[in-house]
Design a protein around this ligand. Sequence first.
Ligand code: NDP
Ligand code: MG
Ligand code: MG
Length: 325
Amino acid sequence: MYYEKDADLGVLKGKTIAIIGYGSQGHAQAQNLRDSGLNVVIGLRPGKSWDTAKNDGFEVLSVEDAARRADVINILLPDETQPKVYSQSIEPNLKSGAAIMFSHGFNINFGQIRPTADKDIFMIAPKSPGHMVRRTYVEGFGVPALIAVEQNATGQAYEIGLAYAKGIGSTRAGVIETTFREETETDLFGEQAVLCGGTSALVKAGFETLIEAGYQPEVAYFECLHELKLIVDMMYEGGLASMRHSISNTAEYGDYVTGPRIITAETKAEMKRVLEDIQTGKFSRNFLLDQSNGAFMHATRRKEAEHPIEQVGGSLRELMHWIKK
Ligand code: NDP
Ligand code: MG
Ligand code: MG
């Protein structure tokens, strides 16, 4: 773990940091770095983010001009957009010895971006969405982050990376060392098997089982989707044991006897195959292929939006005044 004492902001003083993209991560990291006294310019195309960054008081440039100015450049565009923008607008304009940064390892790990040997390549990956990166910094804290160095051309990659992590507030919480490979593969696995894919499929299957048995969709929605947040919040704050301490004994007993009937040895064997598809690059190849026209993604998005859980959820959430519309 690296902390405040391991990082020296002075390494970045007098240097220009170009933040490419001003979305979830871009806006948060740029504002934190500026409040830490560092020089930040934003690289964008004309559009919504451009106007937001200007209104927030930043110097906003084309991606080409931002790349020309950069001593350190952090590419915070959507992962599938990065390779094209890198080859067309960033690479031809970068200074020799510039440091190229990411907040996710996808494009380096899967060889979609291959910077020349004279550049430092490293990642500072905050373990949080952008609005938390900003909010915790303003409150005087920070979110934990990962650091990984892929190419240390100048011999200074760690010093620059840790200074950047300090600039966004992450050394206040702690910075853990990893590799591009570990960060990318575990991130993809987690979101597919557990966080997004696994959870959505579990929620839908539970909901369908109840309505197919004749129960009211509204009641099924509460039991299988709505209450998930309460359980996840308890797991987040105190782990599994603390969640099990808070629920009823009936729920705890049901957890132990039924959990292994739902997530079986066969499920875990399938998880291993999912991980293999990530490690061999099969998943990323399929993803990038589909992104070229988005056929599967768009069709599935439409189909999923028509699921009854979405219809009933839409009406029920209207009744929940505390949920932002
Ligand atoms: P967002 O989708 O929130 O923002 C993307 C930004 O890129 C927008 O400002 C968009 O501007 C701009 N952009 C898109 N296409 C172009 C283009 N062709 N030229 C110039 N600008 C463009 O991205 P995220 O912040 O979610 O993700 C950025 C990186 O951070 C990714 O590598 C992601 O994996 C990583 N990450 C994200 C986390 C998160 O919580 N979101 C967490 C940790 C890492 P416009 O308004 O013009 O479309
Ligand atoms: Mg991810
Ligand atoms: Mg209940």
